[in-house]
Design a protein around this ligand. Structure first.
Ligand SMILES: *Cc1c(COP(=O)(O)O)cnc(C)c1O
Length: 385
């Protein structure tokens, strides 16, 4: 009944985890869910207020423009200038997306012909690989290994792959490893992309989720980046707006235009009222972001203390709300997550769910209160590992 592209999809691991979680809850277990990468806190009040106003105004009820409200794109460009010192043209180099997942999934349709290769990291957000396959392309896996600080080893990619490679996906600060990239790495990427004629898509969904005075470098901040790539910024994690579906792409105008062509034939843009609320998010005080990061720092430190006491070697992440923990060698990541759930009532995501190179790790999301994370730590410390 289904098309090949659907039949070829890998089994959805997260559905299995959801089932196991539901089973435990039915048994009356008080489950602590550190599985999903979805902020637990509400969208800040001033953004909600702005949405309420915008939704009442009939001017916002019509079909949005394909490339997004110019006011939103201008707000995005101004935010980028103020926060990152990066210049983009709001008209030709900025595009509203219905969440960055939408952009990631549609980009291959604009650039990949059958037989073309997209370079995708592993472990990673699954949409890079699946978006490539949906477009008829072939993903080439770039392993993210601890010994390379979870950065891809560009020198290791074979020449015959490079000849067919059209796109490369990157994501730093990284989900799931919480690794960060250096500006030098991004420079290397720009040189590599120019040499091999590869389009770079940098998914910067965690650009603002940073701790301990750390500032994550931005791809577009590197000289020449705009010649080869675009960067995707999302309001989802930054402002607790995952359900609202709002993000923007910035960078090379031809790449932006390619994505725009796909979008104008598939979707009809993001709801104008949501873009209005997005303008409020981007142009108001950014104190709410700092407050969230303080909260995540406390949660991170609570979890880290517990994991280190258990003898797991984990360094505090400088960014993202994930802790990527190596697990004892006698378990697979699926076995270990099963053990956590069944013996301690804790949901965490097995690394292999993000690709084969995620094996040996488990991902905790800092999306529960300090108290609940503290409780999870107490339960884990009682486990016989
Ligand atoms: C959460 C996440 C996204 C999704 O962002 P949306 O803007 O909500 O679609 C994209 N990329 C990565 C790596 C993520 O973890």
């Amino acid at each position: 009944m289904y098309a090949e592209r659907i039949n070829a999809l890998p089994p959805y691991l997260f559905a299995t985890i959801d089932e196991a979680k539901a089973e435990m809850m039915n048994k009356g277990v008080d489950v602590i869910d550190l599985g999903v990468g979805d902020p637990d806190q509400a969208t800040p009040e001033h953004i909600i207020e702005s949405m309420c106003e915008a939704v009442k105004d009939p001017v916002n009820h019509k079909y949005p423009s394909y490339s997004g409200l110019i006011d939103f794109r201008e707000a995005a460009a101004t935010w980028l200038k103020n926060e990152k010192g990066i210049d983009v043209d709001p008209v030709t180099e900025t595009l509203t997306m219905i969440g960055s997942k939408e952009g990631v999934a549609h980009i291959p349709l604009a650039f990949i012909n059958p037989g073309d290769i997209a370079l995708v990291p592993d472990p990673a957000y699954p949409v890079y690989k699946i978006g490539t396959q949906f477009a008829g392309g072939t993903p080439y896996i770039m392993p993210l290994l601890k010994e390379n600080s979870f950065l891809p080893d560009l020198k290791n990619i074979p020449q015959d792959v490079l000849k067919k490679a059209k796109l490369m996906f990157l994501n730093y600060p990284n989900n799931p490893t919480s690794a960060t990239a250096t500006k030098d790495f991004f420079k290397e990427v720009v040189d590599f992309a120019k040499e091999n004629n590869i389009i770079v898509i940098h998914d910067n969904a965690y650009s603002e989720m940073v701790y301990d005075e750390y500032n994550a470098p931005n791809f577009l901040d590197v000289d020449g980046a705009k010649d080869v790539g675009i960067e995707l910024y999302s309001l989802s994690k930054t402002y607790n707006m995952t359900g609202w579906r709002i993000a923007f792409a910035v960078g090379n105008s031809d790449i932006i235009s390619g994505l725009g062509k796909v979008k104008s034939n598939i979707d009809s843009g993001a709801f104008d009222a949501i873009q209005r609320a997005g303008i409020t998010a981007l142009t108001s005080s950014q104190q709410c972001v700092a407050d969230m990061n303080n909260l995540y720092t406390k949660r991170r430190d609570t979890l880290l203390k517990g994991l280190n006491q258990m003898g797991l070697d984990v360094k505090p992440p400088k960014a993202t709300f994930y802790v990527w923990a190596p697990i004892p060698e006698k378990y697979t990541s699926i076995e270990f997550s099963k053990l956590l759930l069944e013996e301690a009532g804790i949901v965490a995501t097995p690394g292999v769910g993000f690709g084969e190179y995620g094996e040996g790790y488990i991902r905790f999301a800092l999306t529960r209160s300090v108290e609940r994370i503290g409780e999870a730590v107490e339960r884990m410390e009682k486990l016989e590992l």
